[in-house]
Design a protein around this ligand. Structure first.
Ligand code: SAM
Ligand code: DTB
Ligand code: SF4
Length: 343
C-alpha cells in the first residue's frame, strides 16, 4: 500500500483506498489525525447552517430522499419556494448563532429560468451581504445559470455523488452518474467551489465507499468541501428499514476521506444527531472539520443547537463565532458566561 502522507494526489486506486479504510481502527485514526493536523487547525470546527428553501415534490427518485415525489408514503408537507427576505432573515439568525456558511437546498431536478431562479439569485446576494459564505443545491444547471450564480457571489455549489458509480443505479434511476459529473465540472468552470460528498448506510459495500472516494479524489482540484452523510432512514422511502450506521463505520469513512482528500473540508453531515458527544469527537479526531449546525437539516432533525454548544465548549473550539460576530448572548444555550472557548 502506498503511504498516505498527506500529499495531495489524484491517482488513488480503489484498492489503495479500501486498504486504508480497513486498517486497524486506531492506526487509521492515528494516520488520519496526522494528515488532518498537517493541513488544518485541529481546534476549529466550521459551522454551516441548512435551510430547505423549496421542499418536496422532486421528480427524481433518489431512494434515500424524503423529498422525492416518487415516495408517496412519506409524511412531508410540500412547500413553494420561500420568499428571499424570509430566507435572508433566517440566514442572519444562523449567523448570529455562529454559522459561517448558509446552505440553501431546493428539491429540484434542475434549475429552470424565471422568477424562482431570480429569487434564488437574490438569496445568494443577500446571504453574501451578511458576510456569510453562501452555498446552494439546486440540482442540474445549464452554463448560463452557473454563470449567474457565480456572478451573484456564490461560494460553493453542493451536488453530491452520493455513492460509487457501481452502486448508483440501485439508488437513483432518473439521472446518471455522468449527469452529476457534468454539473460538477460546469460549476467548477465558473470558479465556484464544489461541495460534493455522499451517504453511507444505503446497503453499499466498503468497496463502494472506497470507489466513491476514488472519484472525489480523482478530481483536480479536489472538492473544497466533502459532506459525509450517514443515511437518515425516513419512513415511506425505500430505505426506511435500513439499519442505522454503526458510528465506527462513520469514523472509518471520515478518516479515509481525510487521508485521500487532505486539504478538503470534511463535513460530518446527516446522521450526526444519532451520535453521542464522544462519537462526534472521534469523527473530529479522525479528520472531520465541519458540521451542519442548527436544529434542522433539510426536512429531518439535526443535532440540537444547545447540545452543540456543549460539544464546542467541551473541545474548546477555536472559532467561537459567537464572540467573533459579537452575538454572544443571542443564542439559546450559549452566552458569554457559558461559552468556554479560549477566545
Ligand atoms: N436536489 C438537490 C440534489 O439532489 O442535489 C439538492 C437536495 S438533496 C436533499 C442534497 C443531498 O442530501 C443529497 O445528495 C443526499 O446526499 C443528502 N440526503 C438527502 N436525504 C438524505 C437522507 N435521508 N439521509 C442522508 N442524506 C440525505
Ligand atoms: C449534504 O450532503 N447533506 C445535506 C446538504 N448536503 C444539503 C442534506 C442532508 C439531508 C438529510 C435529510 C433531510 O433532512 O431531508
Ligand atoms: Fe430530489 Fe435531491 Fe431529493 Fe434526489 S436528493 S429526490 S434530486 S431533492
Amino acid at each position: 500500500m502506498s503511504a498516505a502522507d498527506g500529499t495531495i494526489r489524484q491517482d488513488w486506486t480503489v484498492d489503495e483506498i479500501a486498504a486504508l479504510h480497513d486498517l486497524p481502527l486506531l492506526e487509521l485514526i492515528g494516520r488520519a489525525n496526522a494528515v488532518h493536523r498537517a493541513h488544518h487547525d485541529p481546534n476549529r470546527v466550521r459551522k454551516a447552517s441548512l435551510l430547505s428553501i423549496k421542499t418536496g415534490g422532486c421528480p427524481e427518485n433518489c431512494a434515500y430522499c424524503p423529498q422525492s415525489a416518487h415516495h408517496r408514503e412519506v409524511a412531508l408537507t410540500k412547500d413553494r419556494l420561500m420568499d428571499p427576505a424570509k430566507v435572508i432573515a433566517l440566514a442572519e439568525t444562523a449567523r448570529d448563532a455562529g454559522a459561517e456558511r448558509f446552505c440553501m437546498g431546493a428539491a429540484w431536478r434542475e434549475v429552470r429560468d424565471g422568477a424562482e431562479f431570480d429569487a434564488v439569485i437574490d438569496m445568494v446576494r443577500g446571504v453574501r451581504a451578511l458576510g456569510m459564505e453562501a452555498c446552494v443545491t439546486l440540482g442540474m444547471l445549464k452554463p448560463h445559470q452557473a454563470e449567474r450564480l457565480a456572478a451573484a457571489g456564490l461560494t460553493a455549489y453542493n451536488h453530491n455523488l452520493d455513492t460509487s458509480p457501481e452502486f448508483y443505479g440501485r439508488i437513483i434511476t432518473t439521472r446518471t452518474y455522468q449527469d452529476r459529473l457534468d454539473t460538477l465540472a460546469l460549476v467548477r468552470s465558473f470558479g465556484v467551489d464544489l461541495c460534493c460528498g455522499g451517504i453511507i448506510g444505503m446497503g453499499e459495500t466498503v468497496r463502494d465507499r472506497a470507489s466513491m472516494l476514488r472519484v472525489l479524489a480523482g478530481m483536480d482540484p479536489h472538492p473544497e468541501s466533502v459532506p459525509i452523510n450517514a443515511l437518515v432512514p425516513v419512513k415511506g422511502t425505500p430505505l426506511a428499514d435500513r439499519p442505522t450506521v454503526d458510528p465506527l463505520d462513520l469514523v472509518r469513512m471520515v478518516a479515509t476521506a481525510r487521508l485521500v482528500l487532505p486539504g478538503s473540508t470534511v463535513r460530518l453531515s446527516a446522521g450526526r444527531s444519532a451520535l453521542n458527544r464522544e462519537a462526534q469527537i472521534l469523527c473530529l479526531v479522525a479528520g472531520a472539520n465541519s458540521v451542519f449546525y442548527g436544529d434542522k437539516l433539510l426536512t429531518t432533525p439535526n443535532a440540537e443547537i444547545g447540545e452543540d454548544a456543549d460539544l464546542f465548549a467541551a473541545i474548546g473550539d477555536r472559532a467561537c463565532p459567537l464572540k467573533e460576530s459579537g452575538a454572544v448572548g443571542q443564542m439559546a444555550g450559549a452566552s458569554a458566561e457559558t461559552c468556554h472557548c479560549p477566545h
